[in-house]
Design a protein around this ligand. Structure first.
Ligand SMILES: NC(=O)c1ccc[n+]([C@@H]2O[C@H](COP(=O)([O-])OP(=O)(O)OC[C@H]3O[C@@H](n4cnc5c(N)ncnc54)[C@H](OP(=O)(O)O)[C@@H]3O)[C@@H](O)[C@H]2O)c1
Length: 307
């Protein structure tokens, strides 16, 4: 297949391009310099020229709690605009298949159980990343409306849980939780530090999946598109406490220090884990364990495979 991948230099995009099964397909993955997705005319021209069989929309303005809190305007405007440009251009050109990447932050905040796809828009969002989530919901709905508006089109969205892996952002402030944990434990070990500080009390629970597994699901989505549900969670379905992620990093990196807790810091939702029933009935599940994922991610960090 001829596949247009947006965000091909991002964490998810790089893991897709480097996946063993990627070689079966012809990929077009322009950089931001080659194709600025904020430019509607350029996006339309690129899709007209490439005539892809499938578009995987994995570009976005992505960041951790602090980055989201600092710039809700930017997270909303950029994510809505690039999504609008990609989906409307795909529809104009008549591309039949589009896999849009949403995110599990689109679900209502503080739900105690597993999040199912039908819970979308059933409650208030987590305030710390509301702008990003609203933008993601807008683009997901646009894909659904494209499906309704034109019977030949079948635009679908997958909703990944939190992802970590090679080409992650390890910046101490802008990073997501797990790469920031790996970096903090790495620095403590390198400087013979005795303790690492955790934001909050470490009890909030999160689900993380290795990026290579998400890449596998995305390639599977391109190859078995017609059987895939039009809206589907992609995750492990298993969550751990933040303290347990710190303990896993300590175990894998072989550091022997202790953890302290800064109770004045925000930690977001108490729990966030997706239901994977649809994914399982579609016939897909992740393969990489948490410790193996941390070990591979740490190795790639040491090799400089970072954002
Ligand atoms: N990371 C996660 O935990 C996670 C979880 C669930 C869903 N997702 C979703 O997965 C997708 C990819 O996330 P990621 O973690 O790979 O993010 P990332 O590493 O920040 O990559 C995002 C990519 O989008 C590109 N991009 C952003 N704005 C652009 C523009 N105007 N023109 C062209 N390219 C643009 C970036 O280009 P540059 O390289 O030039 O910056 C980058 O390559 C996003 O839709 C995200 O919402 C991610």
């Amino acid at each position: 297949m001829k596949i247009l991948l947006t965000g091909g230099r991002g964490m998810v995009g790089m893991n897709v391009l480097q996946h063993a099964r990627a070689a079966r397909h012809e990929w077009h993955a322009p950089t931001r310099q080659e194709l600025d997705l904020m430019d509607a005319g350029a996006v339309l021209a690129a899709i007209e020229r490439i005539q892809p069989d499938v578009i995987v929309h994995a570009a976005g303005k992505v960041g951790g709690i602090e980055a989201n809190r600092a710039d809700p305007w930017g997270f909303m405007v950029e994510n809505v605009t690039i999504g609008l440009n990609v989906v409307t251009s795909a529809r104009k050109v008549g591309v039949r298949k589009l896999v849009n990447l949403a995110s599990s932050c689109i679900y209502p905040a503080n739900h105690a159980g597993h999040l199912t796809e039908d819970m979308l828009l059933s409650g208030a969002l987590e305030p710390t990343n509301e702008a990003y989530a609203v933008a993601k919901i807008a683009v997901l709905k646009l894909c659904a409306y494209a499906r309704e508006a034109s019977s030949g089109l079948a635009y679908k969205s997958i909703i990944p849980c939190n992802i970590f892996g090679p080409y992650d952002n390890f910046h101490l402030i802008r990073a997501h939780l797990l790469p920031a944990i790996i970096r903090k434990v790495h620095e403590a070990r390198e400087s013979a530090g005795q303790s690492v500080e955790i934001w909050g009390d470490g009890s909030a629970r999160r689900e993380f999946m290795y990026a290579g597994d998400l890449a596998d699901a995305i390639i599977e989505a391109c190859e078995r598109y017609d059987e895939m549900p039009s809206l589907m969670n992609v995750g492990t379905g298993v969550d751990y406490s933040i303290l347990e992620y710190y303990e896993a990093a300590r175990r894998v990196l072989g550091w022997e220090g202790e953890f302290t807790f800064d109770l004045s810091r925000p930690t977001g939702m108490k729990r966030k884990v997706v239901d994977v029933s649809l994914q399982t009935s579609w016939g897909w599940s992740p393969q990489v364990s948490l410790d193996e994922g941390i070990a591979r991610t740490y190795q790639s960090f040491l090799e400089g495979k970072i954002r």
